[in-house]
Write a protein of this length. Structure first.
Length: 282
C-alpha cells in the first residue's frame, strides 16, 4: 500500500484511535500524542501482511498508551492532576469536554484510579469489545489473567451500593440538577434548613468557602453552578466529584439526614484525593 493510501486509511481511523487512547489516558493532548506515535510506527513499518488495519492500529495505540501510563506511574504523577491547565488551543477545551461527556466524568475519575494493566484490559474489552486473547499480549498476561484484570477493574468501576445509597443518589442527583438549572426552590428542597458546608485549605485556595451554614446560604453558593459535578461513590459512600473535562478538581462528601443534605465537606487536597477509592454504581 503506497503512503498516500496508508495515510488515508489512518485518517479514517483517527477518531476511533483518539477515543481509545483518551479512555486509557484521560487527557486529550496525551491521547493525540499516542495516536501520532501510532502513525509514525505505521508509516515506518508499513501495513504489508496486516489483514485488519483498524485492529492492528488499535493494538499499537493501546501499547503506546500502556507505556505512557506506566511512565506516569513511575514518575509518581497523579492520574488526574488537580492543577492541570486547560489545553491552550482554542478548540481544545470543547473537544476535550465532548470526549469527557461521551465517557462520563465520574467514570473517568474511576478509570484514573485503576492500575495501568487493569485500565487497559477494562477499556479494550468492556468499551471496545476486544477479545481477551488479543488484549493479553498487550498487557503481558495470559488470557485468563487478563480476564481477571478486567473483572477486578469492573468491580471497582461499578461499585456495590447498598439500597440506601440508591436513595441517597436520588437526593444528590436532584440537588445537582437544581444547581445546574438555577432552580433555587428545588435547591432549598434538597437541603436541610441547618445544612453546613466546610472546605479544606486546598478547596479554599480554589475559591470555595471555609465554612457556611443554612440552606439559603448554601443554595446561593451552588445556584447556577455544578456543571462539572457528578454523583460517585467515594470509599463506598455517596458523594460528588467535580471534574472539569474529566480532571478531578475536588470532591464533596455529603451527609444526608431524613432525605435532605445536612452537611457538605469540600476536599481538594491532592494527597487525600489520591487515597480515595471511587466507583460509579449502575
Amino acid at each position: 500500500m503506497d503512503e498516500n493510501k496508508l495515510a488515508q486509511r489512518f485518517e479514517a481511523d483517527r477518531a476511533h484511535l483518539t477515543r481509545v487512547a483518551y479512555r486509557m489516558l484521560g487527557s486529550l493532548p496525551e491521547a493525540e500524542d499516542a495516536v501520532q506515535e501510532g502513525w509514525l510506527r505505521l508509516s515506518r513499518d508499513g501495513a504489508d501482511g496486516v489483514g485488519n488495519l483498524t485492529g492492528w492500529l488499535t493494538t499499537v495505540v493501546a501499547r503506546i498508551s500502556l507505556d505512557m501510563l506506566r511512565q506516569r506511574k513511575s514518575r509518581r504523577e497523579d492520574g488526574i492532576d488537580p492543577h492541570a491547565p486547560e489545553p491552550a488551543a482554542p478548540d481544545e477545551p470543547n473537544r476535550e469536554r465532548e470526549l469527557a461527556d461521551s465517557v462520563g466524568i465520574a467514570l473517568l475519575v474511576v478509570l484514573e484510579a485503576l492500575e495501568p494493566a487493569e485500565r487497559i484490559a477494562f477499556v479494550l474489552h468492556d468499551m471496545f469489545d476486544l477479545p481477551f486473547d488479543d488484549i493479553a499480549p498487550i498487557v503481558g498476561r495470559t488470557p485468563v489473567a487478563t480476564r481477571q484484570l478486567a473483572s477486578r477493574a469492573r468491580r471497582r468501576v461499578q461499585g456495590a451500593p447498598k439500597e440506601e445509597a440508591r436513595v441517597e443518589r436520588g437526593v444528590i442527583d436532584a440537588f445537582l440538577l437544581a444547581a445546574r438549572e438555577g432552580n433555587f426552590d428545588a435547591l432549598l428542597a434538597a437541603l436541610d434548613p441547618d445544612v453546613t458546608m466546610r472546605g479544606d485549605e486546598a478547596s479554599i485556595r480554589l475559591g470555595g468557602p471555609s465554612q457556611m451554614r443554612g440552606s439559603h446560604t448554601v443554595a446561593k453558593a451552588f445556584n447556577g453552578r455544578a456543571q462539572a459535578a457528578r454523583f460517585a461513590l467515594m470509599d463506598g459512600e455517596p458523594g460528588i466529584v467535580v471534574a472539569p473535562n474529566g480532571r478531578l478538581l475536588l470532591v464533596l462528601k455529603v451527609t444526608l439526614r431524613e432525605g435532605r443534605i445536612a452537611a457538605i465537606e469540600a476536599i481538594a487536597d491532592p494527597v487525600r484525593l489520591a487515597g480515595m477509592r471511587f466507583a460509579v454504581p449502575n
